[in-house]
Design a protein around this ligand. Structure first.
Ligand SMILES: C[S@@+](CC[C@H](N)C(=O)[O-])C[C@H]1O[C@@H](n2cnc3c(N)ncnc32)[C@H](O)[C@@H]1O
Length: 288
């Protein structure tokens, strides 16, 4: 889909809280490691003034095209890169370290809305789910190549789907499995179980947990200035646990959020996607 055909639909999650925990002021250099269509970045830029600088990264070229339509200010640069490889991206720009890092993990509503990408269970047939069209294996191939035990493990750990256990090795089987799951969720009036199955597959296809782990252990300590702040939003408890443990388990971090910050009931009513969001912030004290 070309950017001109697509107007961003993604609504940034916890915008007020993100700005509050980032503690922005004019002149700072900020890395938005998951720039998406630039929702948070637009707000961040307003606090940085002309002397500040914003660098936006995304793994998905389509999202970068959307971001570039919105983030046209000369103090903003966009690079296609994983946040895990932020050190190399910053080196390219001659920026050794930054004052703030924002990570808003997972999927954008704009990616979900593009039916050709296969991120949602109402997708137009192709089970691709890759953030980058040439990186890794599409979901349909992964489903074909993995054995049942591995798939069950993916659905159980990445999707936290306790009912995982049904044989799923093709897109057709996944579709039927998801249909059953959607029916069960509707009957129970609960959260759509199919969402968790698709989330699990997307996380596996894009090796998202590996990128998060590398960001936490290698990248953030290498790119944050002393007393620089990282703010991370997660939408899945396995990811949140990784963040919590990394912040608590390394003496270089001073944890700013004692418990995770969640969206207000008013925001959840307006933007249901914010329901599962958890925000954690920590200050890097500078000893690796
Ligand atoms: C929730 S959206 C971000 C939305 C953005 N904060 C906004 O307000 O518009 C997450 C974005 O992160 C990107 N992404 C996922 N994994 C990534 C990675 N390892 N490195 C860089 N970007 C990544 C996705 O392509 C998606 O565009």
């Amino acid at each position: 889909m070309s950017p001109s055909e697509h107007r961003p639909v993604h609504v940034p999650v916890m915008p007020r809280e993100v700005l509050q925990w980032l503690q922005l002021s004019p002149g700072l250099t900020v890395l938005d490691g998951t720039v998406g269509a630039g929702g948070h970045s637009t707000l961040i830029l307003k606090s940085l003034g002309d002397s500040g600088r914003l660098i936006g990264l995304d793994r998905d070229p389509m999202m970068l095209r959307l971001a570039s339509q919105k983030l046209t200010h000369s103090n903003c640069q966009l690079i296609r890169s994983s946040y895990a490889e932020a050190s190399a991206a910053l080196q390219q720009l001659g920026v050794p370290r930054v004052d703030r890092v924002l990570l808003d993990l997972g999927l954008s509503s704009d990616q979900l809305a593009d039916r050709e990408r296969g991120f949602g269970f109402d997708a137009g047939g192709v089970l691709d789910m890759r953030f980058h069209p040439h990186e890794g294996q599409p979901a349909s191939e992964l489903l074909r190549s993995l054995d049942q035990n591995t798939l069950e493990e993916i659905f159980r750990t990445h999707g936290e789907e306790p009912a995982a256990g049904k044989p799923v090795s093709t897109a057709e089987e996944l579709e039927s499995c998801v249909c059953d799951a959607v029916g069960a969720a509707r009957n129970a009036g609960g959260r759509n179980v199919a969402t968790r199955v698709f989330q699990a597959l997307r996380i596996a296809v894009n090796q998202e947990l590996q990128h998060v782990e590398r960001m936490l252990t290698e990248t953030l300590p290498a790119i944050l200035k002393p007393e620089g702040i990282a703010v991370i939003l997660t939408f899945q408890s396995l990811e949140d646990r990784l963040i919590k443990n990394a912040f608590k388990g390394h003496q270089g971090w001073q944890v700013l959020t004692k418990t995770p910050v969640t969206a207000s009931p008013a925001e959840i009513r307006l933007n249901p996607r914010s329901r599962s969001a958890k925000l954690r912030a920590a200050k890097w004290m500078g000893h690796e």
